[in-house]
Design a protein around this ligand. Structure first.
Ligand code: SAM
Length: 322
């Protein structure tokens, strides 16, 4: 399992960038960028080197943790997966690329694309001293145009990106990303009802085009969850001192909620159930909410079934279980 915390090389690169920048200024910029996101705006508010760094300090640890958790789930289902090429769509500061590089030592070719010049420049700076990522190819441009001329890759990732474009654009982008996917497409979004809705729409569209779900769903059928319920997961990550200062936060950790789907060209052999919430453990039984091949199930594992109960006590939200 890849750790959800930023790799040492990336932390060091961020710390080095932060030297010479005021943390108070970074905190102010991060707060105003977050407000723009909360008000439904996108990354257009990130225009300068200082904005890009503030965004990276405030958000990169959490988006990295969410992408890593999604990749860990994918690897759980596809332990044989060893992609050699990556295409990171809406790559921003390169977050998903770092997470994918940590997860797959097999990767040799990294292609990134994004419309935001400040984030692209930061990504190249952060990667400059990395042994693996110094050779990344980062195209600046609108996603559809840049994707159209990009080479296909075994793994295509779009992390916290599709929410920044309109619905018609999302439809076209989903088809184009799938066209460029040789093996697996991973899309990660915030774990809000709106983020989940975007994931589900993309999932349905691409299944109709022949895709299969590798994770989190154990089936290619309709999502069994009914509103106001929605499928999402959570990943805890540690906050560094700079991270806490930029966010004006006290706690040494945060929990990032995210939604994701990993779609593959070939159907996966194994389809274990997915734990959809933290199971409730009592002295009598473990109760777990599961997505199974037959739909939603609330499984009760009684204490008297000793071995099963002991195993179920270890189940965690997001895990794949038999
Ligand atoms: C919230 S950021 C996420 C960045 C990165 N993937 C991550 O997980 O940290 C969204 C990114 O999508 C990019 N983006 C949004 N719309 C785009 C478009 N139409 N074409 C290219 N990039 C776009 C933004 O510039 C921004 O870098």
């Amino acid at each position: 399992m890849t750790s959800p915390d930023l790799p040492a090389e990336l932390k060091a690169a961020l710390d080095a960038k932060l030297r010479g920048f005021s943390r108070n200024d970074a905190a102010g910029r991060a707060a105003s960028i977050s407000k723009t996101y909360r008000d439904g705006g996108g990354s257009g508010a990130i225009r300068s080197e200082a904005d890009a760094l503030a965004y990276a300090l405030a958000r990169m640890p959490a988006t990295y943790a969410a992408v890593t958790a999604s990749l860990n789930a994918l690897v759980g289902i596809r332990p044989d997966l060893a992609p050699t090429s990556l295409l990171d769509v809406g790559a921003g500061p390169g977050t998903a690329t770092w997470a994918v590089a940590e997860t797959f030592p097999s990767l040799q070719r990294f292609a990134l694309l994004d419309a935001n010049d400040a984030l692209r420049t930061l990504a190249l700076d952060l990667a400059r001293d990395s042994t693996r990522l110094r050779q990344i190819h980062y195209d600046r441009g609108e996603a559809r145009a840049a994707l159209a001329k990009a080479d296909a890759a075994e793994l295509v990732v779009a992390s916290y990106m599709i929410g920044e474009i309109g619905d018609a654009e999302q439809r076209a982008l989903a088809a184009l990303m799938w066209e460029k996917t040789r093996d697996t497409l991973l899309v990660v979004e915030p774990g809000t009802p709106a983020g989940y809705a975007r994931i589900i729409t993309l999932r349905e569209r691409l299944i109709a085009m022949g895709a299969h779900v590798a994770a989190p769903c154990p089936h290619d059928g309709k999502c069994p969850l009914q509103p106001p319920d929605w499928c999402h997961f959570t990943q805890r990550l540690q906050r560094s001192r700079a991270h806490k200062q930029v966010k004006g936060a006290e706690l040494p950790f945060e929990d990032e909620r995210f939604a994701y789907v990993a779609l593959t060209r070939a159907a996966v052999a194994q389809r274990p159930s997915r734990v959809l919430a933290q199971p409730v453990v009592s002295k009598i039984e473990v109760t777990a909410k599961l997505c199974t091949t037959d739909g939603l199930a609330f499984r009760k594992v009684p204490r008297r079934a000793k071995a099963d109960y002991a195993a179920a006590r270890r189940w965690r939200w997001g895990a794949a279980v038999d």
